[in-house]
Design a protein around this ligand. Sequence first.
Ligand SMILES: O=C(CO)COP(=O)(O)O
Length: 137
Amino acid sequence: MAAKLRLALIAHDQKKDDLVAFAGRHEAMLSGCAVFATGTTGGRIAQACPSLDVSAMKSGPLGGDQQIGAMIAEGGIDALIFFVDPLTAMPHDVDVKALMRLAIVYDIPMALNRSTAEMVLQHLRRPTGNQKRNDGK
Ligand SMILES: O=C(CO)COP(=O)(O)O
């Protein structure tokens, strides 16, 4: 049996409703994935989509972005979907940048807005080269 796709889902506060709606629309597909999220985002998704297997890390400002970044560095995440708020200053902006940097370094698909997330999810319905690479091949 194919390994579960490991997806990181994160949203800043002003984008959480959008991400929860996105997860709800794709709940059937996401229920076959292992979902990792920052704390508050993960709680919101788990509440709205009870069929999903959601592992919530710490809240973003308290280290959650860094935890997801470490998972990427260890090959534990196949794609990052991060609904970023471009209009609000964040106290943990450096953590956000570090997370994005690691997604680039390890060349995993990274969607930073809804329209790109739709494309990434559509593509990820099939196993990808990145998934194979993260498995150590
Ligand atoms: O701040 C975040 C990402 O940078 C998200 O964290 P929360 O999901 O805990 O709100």
